[in-house]
Design a protein around this ligand. Structure first.
Ligand code: PMP
Length: 285
């Protein structure tokens, strides 16, 4: 395997950033994960826009213009022979003697790009659906920025796995679900409306979320962007959780409550189908 690190293509096994890299020392960096399906990137424009926004919000410079950046990603995908998988990109504020304030403007950001084969959970997991557990949302107040500071997400995901669940849905002080640790949370109400939390600084603007809303609306499925509580989710007709790697993954249990009849719902299945069509068609670029 090959990785790209600050201008060089290097063996993945020995690839690394400097010990004074601010990504290492302060988690002072942002990232993106982009799906590769049939050798092509999915929703690349949305990912590049979100990257630019995350960097702007943190006042980190773009490591290079968008076009060469896309070429680097294409090259890493090519060199790793990825047909179906992911490309990972991370930009850190750069390398400088450890000190909290920003380094001088002349210090360039660092850039790491990796790629690997394999996309999403097994077909069996998708067919059966998964369990989520709910945990208090302990993250900072700027979850709209795709920061690499993911410690609360890591701890919540680990708690889920130790409870035998696939994902943790994080819950705000009002008892409403914000999002998963690496996914956006959705329900389908009894009357067939798709519900997901509105964008704001309390959740990440998932690219899959954006695409699913567009696909649902085009298919005549009503969509409401509003907060929903854990209790409402437990009583919902369907639930699922979405990300670049999982698409729309059916959720069939929330804590100890079985959702509907405990099998993936028809709207979730329909959205997965629409997403596959999207990936096979206009999804590239
Ligand atoms: N929320 C969080 C906290 C995430 O980390 C992710 C995955 N990066 C998502 C939602 C889903 O975003 P996307 O659909 O862009 O993968």
């Amino acid at each position: 395997r090959i990785a790209y690190v600050n201008g060089r293509y290097v063996p993945h096994a020995t690839a690394g950033v400097h010990v004074e890299d601010r990504g290492l020392q302060f988690s002072d960096g942002v990232y993106e994960v982009i799906a590769i399906a049939g050798g092509r990137p999915i929703d690349m424009t949305g990912h590049m826009e979100r990257l630019a926004r995350s960097l702007r919000e943190l006042r980190i410079a773009m490591p290079m213009p968008a076009r060469p950046l896309r070429m680097v990603m294409r090259e890493v995908v090519r060199r790793n022979r990825v047909r179906n998988g992911i490309v990972y990109l991370q930009v850190n504020r750069g390398v400088y003697r450890r000190d909290h304030p920003f380094p001088p403007a002349a210090v360039p950001p660092s850039l790491v790009v990796t790629a690997r084969s394999g996309l999403g959970p097994s077909a069996a997991v998708t067919e059966e659906g998964v369990r989520v557990v709910t945990v208090p949302d302990q993250r900072w107040a700027r979850r709209d920025i795709k920061s690499v500071a993911l410690l609360p997400n890591v701890l919540a995901k680990q708690a889920a796995r130790e409870a035998g669940a696939y994902e943790a849905w994080q819950v705000d002080a009002d008892g409403a679900v914000t999002e998963g640790t690496s996914t956006n949370a959705w329900i389908v109400t009894r009357d067939g409306t798709l519900v997901t939390r509105p964008l704001g600084d309390d959740i990440l603007a998932g690219i899959t979320r954006h695409t699913l809303i567009a696909l649902a609306r085009a298919d005549g499925i009503p969509v409401e962007q509003r907060a929903f509580t854990v209790d409402e989710a437990k009583a919902a007709r369907e639930a699922f959780t979405s990300s670049t790697t999982l698409l729309a993954l059916p959720v069939v249990r929330i804590d100890d409550a079985v959702v509907a009849n405990g099998a993936p719902g028809s709207i979730t299945r329909r959205l997965r189908e629409l997403y596959h069509i999207h990936m096979a068609g206009a999804g590239g670029e």
